[in-house]
Ligand binder design. Structure first.
Ligand code: SAM
Length: 263
């Protein structure tokens, strides 16, 4: 149960963000896009047509061009909902892990640990899965602003509850911190498979993409969740795809919100 002080803090945080977006924030293309997203939500609620946002400019690939579905095992695949990958996305991720057999996996954004657990189930017994999450008590003190709509994913009772007590937990290492300030130096050039699904705010996606890229081994694979669902993810990945040669080979996996990059 949240206390009156927590509610007041949340209210003041929301007020501050809304005021910023509606004033100086209008100077920023990203804030204008946020406003458009809010406007579109209202339009959709009232059954009215939306104003088009950025197109999905990243080239699409078919899931059958990148993997063979069917060999993986899953747990809790149908127990999804807000904040989770869809059933199909979880199957795609699990099968990619199974086929590529990475030695070290990094996930940015643990939440309840549903994807973490399924990556653990589909990798070798000696694979290490490292998952970073923002502690709930740091939700109001992040280095950059996170999206209002994702505060609920941060403020959960237990991070990684899906794998806690599970036999596969022994393969999983939980780390805590804000991806903007976290010291990643121990992980540099050591990761074969990464899943970026932390904050969906534009600045965070840019930060997380560059940080995770620096962790990758040559030949590794980076996946991003929510390219098609969150404006911040879409704009950030579009920008990286268009302007940063390191990201020019990003592809969008058709039928999912996942973008991928072979490093
Ligand atoms: C959508 S959920 C992740 C879902 C999870 N990957 C899955 O597939 O089930 C986003 C997670 O990112 C975490 N997060 C948000 N901002 C973060 C930040 N700045 N640094 C680290 N983690 C962050 C949240 O606490 C939340 O657990």
């Amino acid at each position: 149960m949240t206390s009156l002080t927590d509610d007041l803090k949340l209210y003041l945080g929301v007020l501050k963000r809304v005021t910023t977006i509606m004033t100086v924030g209008l100077l920023s293309p990203h804030s204008r896009e946020r406003l458009l997203a809010i406007y579109n939500l209202e339009q959709a609620k009232n059954g009215l047509p939306e104003t088009p946002q950025d197109p999905y400019i990243i080239p699409k690939t078919d899931v059958f061009e990148i993997l063979h579905l069917g060999n993986a095992e899953y747990e809790g695949v149908y127990e999804c909902g807000f904040g989770h990958t869809t059933e199909f996305e979880l199957k795609v991720i699990s099968n990619l892990v199974k086929e590529r057999n990475p030695q070290r996996i990094f996930e940015l954004g643990t939440f309840l640990g549903r994807t973490t657990l399924n990556m653990a189930l589909n990798s070798s017994h000696d694979t290490q899965i490292i998952t970073l999450d923002l502690p709930a008590n740091q939700v109001d003190s992040t280095e950059m602003e996170i999206e209002l709509g994702e505060i609920r994913y941060v403020k959960k009772e237990v991070s990684g509850e899906r794998f806690l007590g599970h036999p596969a937990q022994s393969k999983i290492t939980q780390l805590y911190g804000d991806s903007a300030t976290f010291d990643f130096s121990d992980l540099e050039h050591s990761i074969d498979f990464a899943f970026i699904d932390g904050s969906h705010a534009y600045d965070y996606v840019l930060n997380d993409s560059q940080k995770v890229l620096s962790l990758m081994r040559p030949g590794g694979l980076i996946l991003w969740h929510d390219y098609t669902n969150w404006a911040g993810v879409r704009s950030a990945l579009n920008l990286l795809y268009e302007s940063d040669p390191n990201f020019k080979n990003i592809k969008h996996i058709g039928g999912t919100s996942i973008a991928m990059l072979e490093v």
